[in-house]
Design a protein around this ligand. Structure first.
Ligand code: GLP
Length: 257
């Protein structure tokens, strides 16, 4: 399905396995704007809503596009931001921490104060439960932005994660530490071995989900998530079971066939 009016939408794509999943395939240059159009509609409908945010390279252009829309009058300052995940053992002001990413690339450009910006922290089950309470206190997540790992992970829910999992400390897959090594001087051993992540059950509770996917390295994971069976082996495949999911993918990540 390629809604018209979105910048750079391409012709015919194979529909996803779940008829409820909307799929938007655009050029790499248009990913940020296409995703931002969807997010902006939700923000305009509920300017004091709760926006779930993902880190990583894929949604970077989306945040830049949203900041541009704010400059054009979109009111984003009233939002609350709830992040998906965080490495364990990094100081919050470490530039490699997701707290730093959320501050620099999302909260500051969108004018959301620190008091309404939430990033999971720590490494204990109790701290995970505390984050769940924070989300509940906010009234739940209206729209959750997610990326996908090369191994199909969402947040830091690695393959094998339970579909009803909640925010909890997790161990990272060796493949994830390799994939994220470029942010740690190229050394997988320097990537923290543990993290705190919203669970798959937590993500599924969001009223809407937007999955942003870019790059050829994600093609296999995206195809498995969209067209494969719903299985813990591919955590993102669980999104087929959610009733309001939009996937924004670039043509590199989406291998039309
Ligand atoms: C990281 C994060 C995920 C992110 C994914 C993809 O490991 N924990 O939340 O979605 O990897 O990141 P990128 O977009 O940089 O490929």
């Amino acid at each position: 399905m390629t809604p018209s009016g979105l910048p750079g939408a391409v012709g015919v794509v194979r529909p996803p396995r779940s008829p409820r999943t909307r799929l938007v395939v655009v050029s790499t240059a248009a990913v940020g704007q296409a995703a931002a159009v969807i997010i902006a509609a939700a923000v305009a409908a509920r300017p004091t809503g709760v926006l779930g945010v993902a880190t990583g390279s894929s949604p970077m252009s989306l945040y830049a596009a949203l900041a541009g829309m704010r400059a054009d009058g979109l009111a984003t300052e009233g939002l609350s931001l709830v992040a998906l995940d965080e490495y364990a053992g990094l100081a919050g002001d470490d530039p490699r921490s997701y707290r730093s990413y959320v501050g620099t690339h999302i909260a500051e450009p969108l004018g959301v104060p620190a008091a309404r910006t939430f990033v999971p922290a720590g490494s204990t089950a109790a701290q995970g439960a505390e984050y769940e309470r924070t989300i509940r206190r906010l009234g739940g997540v209206d729209l959750q932005i997610v990326g996908i790992g090369r191994n199909g992970h969402i947040g830091f829910n690695e393959p094998g994660s339970a579909f009803d999992s909640r925010t909890r400390p997790v161990e990272l897959d060796p493949s994830t530490r390799i994939a994220n090594a470029p942010y740690f001087g190229g050394d997988p051993a320097a990537v923290p071995a543990r993290a705190m992540t919203q669970g798959i059950g937590t993500i599924l509770d969001a009223r809407a989900v937007v999955l942003v996917v870019q790059g050829r390295a994600k093609a296999e994971a995206l195809a498995a998530a969209l067209y494969g069976p719903i299985t813990p082996d591919v955590p993102a495949s669980v999104l087929q079971a959610h009733r309001n999911v939009t996937v924004v993918a670039d043509t590199d990540a989406f291998e039309a066939r």
